[in-house]
Design a protein around this ligand. Structure first.
Ligand code: SF4
Length: 233
């Protein structure tokens, strides 16, 4: 299990549905793929579809999430499942606008769901894809301040007519399994020859990290005046 790739996990989970893609995207937002895999499979066993998740108590959902951290993700999953059950008759919406109006679903997660399950040609830009693009183009600004350029690049690489599912899975797996945060496996990378960070031997420099502001140190002096003649009664 520990060596399974994310694509293999989808295969183990048998069928790619909007619910499964959504769950995987949310779990992967702040957690590494190898940590996510057992949680993902357990969660699917307990809550096999969006209606089962909506019908569960929040306590049960948080219990299944325990250990993954960032619990607002689990709360939003539950809230969104209830909305989908009650407003959309248990089916995920198929427009980007309706999808991103749901709690905890951003543009990238919405696009991944619509690309995988409705073959819509939409770019994705999760944390892993941001890292790949930042290294590929040796982008010298921090990703948080460069969303617009990164979205344009993501759009540029997204195929317009065909292969949207293969492309989306490939870029996600590249970021999660090859172009990892620490020690990327550049010799196994299919885009190594085009990668500016790799060809310049500068992979450790990208994505550029935000400089932490050093907190100012303030010194204060206090003087206590004591009047020995004062009596407290
Ligand atoms: S060559 Fe290395 S740094 Fe560049 S995209 Fe591939 S894995 Fe990432």
């Amino acid at each position: 299990m520990a060596s399974a790739t994310w694509s293999q996990t989808f295969t183990m989970a048998k069928k790619r549905t909007a619910y499964r893609v959504w769950l995987s995207e949310v779990m992967l937002q702040q957690t590494q793929v190898q940590t996510v895999i057992p949680y993902y499979l357990r969660f699917l066993t307990k809550f096999p579809n969006v209606t089962a998740l909506a019908n569960a108590s929040l306590d049960d959902v948080l219990h299944a999430w325990a250990g993954l951290g960032y619990y607002s993700r689990a709360r939003n999953l539950h809230k969104t499942a209830i909305l989908i059950r009650d407003k959309f008759h248990g089916k995920f919406p198929t427009s980007l606008e309706s999808m991103i109006a749901l709690p905890g679903i951003g543009r990238s997660t919405a696009s991944a769901i619509l690309a995988f399950c409705d073959q819509q040609t939409l770019p994705i830009l999760d944390g892993n894809v941001k890292r790949v693009l930042s290294r590929l183009h040796a982008i010298s600004t921090v990703p948080q301040k460069n969303e617009k350029e990164l979205w344009l690049l993501a759009q540029h690489y997204t195929p317009e007519k065909t292969d949207i599912i293969d492309y989306t899975q490939a870029i996600m797996d590249l970021g999660a399994m090859i172009c990892t945060r620490h020690s990327p496996k550049c010799t196994e990378c299919p885009v190594a020859q085009e990668c500016l960070a790799y060809t310049r031997n500068e992979t450790a420099l990208y994505p550029v990290k935000a400089v932490k502001k050093s907190l100012p140190i303030k010194k204060i002096f206090l003087m206590v005046l004591i009047n020995k003649k004062m009596k407290f009664s």
